[in-house]
Design a protein around this ligand. Structure first.
Ligand code: MRU
Length: 370
């Protein structure tokens, strides 16, 4: 997508030195656009854990390149032990996003078929690039399928703007390009359909306020930032036509883990008869887990993210300030699970499907055995 009218992806190999992988450091957006070089497995692990990169798809793509970096830096002698150690280091960074283990496992399958370190380096580089390209392509296709849903609502509203509520950032910054929840919005905007997006600020990390608003503004999509608890009120008053969110892990039975607060939006949407869509590439499905509430691991992050906020001061500097009294105890659950019964449909790269075991497995018959 575009930044200052220039096309960017969220992760890419340095064109002059394949040993360096470049990312946009999202901690400083929207006030600073900083590109960071990742050169070691520790750089990669820190970039995921400390959320220089974040969002399920991008976490997966970064993990793909991290495994290539592990091959580059592994000693010839202890190659296998070093790769095992590094893969564990990468997997432990963030527990909820399925794309993380999915990408690491995909690279381990590649490594297991190689005879030499050189072959591992070459093949894992190609696989990491394929994972990134596939992520972008799947998101583009999610956009095409989701566009039809927005078109239908637009027709019913005789061309009046379609009001879409979204939570967190499931935009291009959360993937390699396009985004999942935002892909249908960008496609509709491009097709000349009037859309307007209600953006939940998404405490505590403020992905909505900092990232989604910025993305939408760069693409000239009309949007309004709202405090997290506003959605229910807007829905009661007919100001939301549909909800589209992303997901970090979706069970094959249709339960969805996404940013904390998503469940409450789904409950409000159900109570107000508003369609609630979840957009995801198939790399986010967990083909093993049946019960999302009981079985999806929910990341708990530092309470400092709740107690402190960072923003721009009047000297144009980034400043972090404490909100509650010092040493206030806080809890920071990063995700919650929305049960399948609250979800209208899933929007995937293969099409729109009910959040039901039989329907999901019918759309992905090749995944049954995984
Ligand atoms: O903690 P984050 O910023 O990685 O969480 C991101 C989200 O919750 C997104 O909505 C989710 O990853 C789905 S879109 C990739």
């Amino acid at each position: 997508m575009k930044v200052n009218n220039q096309h960017y992806r969220t992760i890419w190999p340095d064109p002059d030195n394949k040993k360096i992988i470049k990312i946009i450091d999202q901690r400083y957006l929207p006030h600073r656009f900083i590109i960071e070089d990742l050169c070691t497995v520790d750089d990669f692990a820190a970039s995921i854990k400390e959320m220089h990169v974040r969002g399920a798809g991008l976490i997966g793509a970064t993990a793909g390149f991290a495994m290539y970096c592990a091959c580059l830096n592994a000693p010839e002698k202890n190659f296998t032990a070093s790769i095992t150690n590094d893969s564990q280091k990468i997997i432990q960074t963030r527990p909820t996003a399925k794309n993380l283990t999915w990408a690491v496992d995909r690279q381990i399958t590649v490594i297991n078929k190689c005879a030499t370190k050189e072959e591992c380096i070459e093949k894992t580089f190609k696989e990491a690039c394929d994972i990134a390209d596939e992520d972008a392509d799947f998101c583009r296709r999610i956009g095409e399928h989701g566009l039809q849903l927005i078109k239908e609502i637009s027709k019913k509203k005789s061309g009046e703007p379609v009001n879409i509520l979204t939570h967190c950032n499931a935009g291009w910054l959360a993937f390699v390009d396009y985004g999942s929840a935002t892909a249908p919005i960008y496609a509709a905007h491009k097709a000349g359909i009037k859309v307007h997006v209600w953006v939940d600020e998404t405490r505590p990390w403020l992905q909505g306020a900092r990232l989604t608003c910025w993305e939408l503004q760069e693409e000239n999509v009309p949007n309004t930032l709202i405090a997290d608890n506003t959605g229910g009120h807007l829905m009661q008053h007919g100001k939301v036509d549909m909800v589209i969110v992303g997901t970090d892990r979706t069970t094959f039975t249709g339960d969805v883990a996404n940013k904390i607060g998503t469940y409450l939006k789904a409950l409000s949407a159900k109570d107000n008869n508003i369609p609630f869509y979840v957009a995801l590439p198939s790399s986010t499905f967990d083909w093993q887990i049946e019960d999302g509430v009981k079985q999806i691991p929910i990341e708990e992050r530092s309470g400092n993210e709740v107690n402190y906020v960072t923003g721009l001061n009047d000297k144009n500097e980034l400043e972090t300030v404490l909100v509650p009294l010092k040493d206030t105890k806080s809890a920071n659950y990063s995700f919650d699970v929305t049960p399948a019964r609250l979800i209208t449909s899933l929007i995937t790269e293969r099409g729109v499907v009910a959040a039901k075991r039989e329907e999901i497995l019918k759309m992905y018959p090749d995944k049954k055995s995984e």
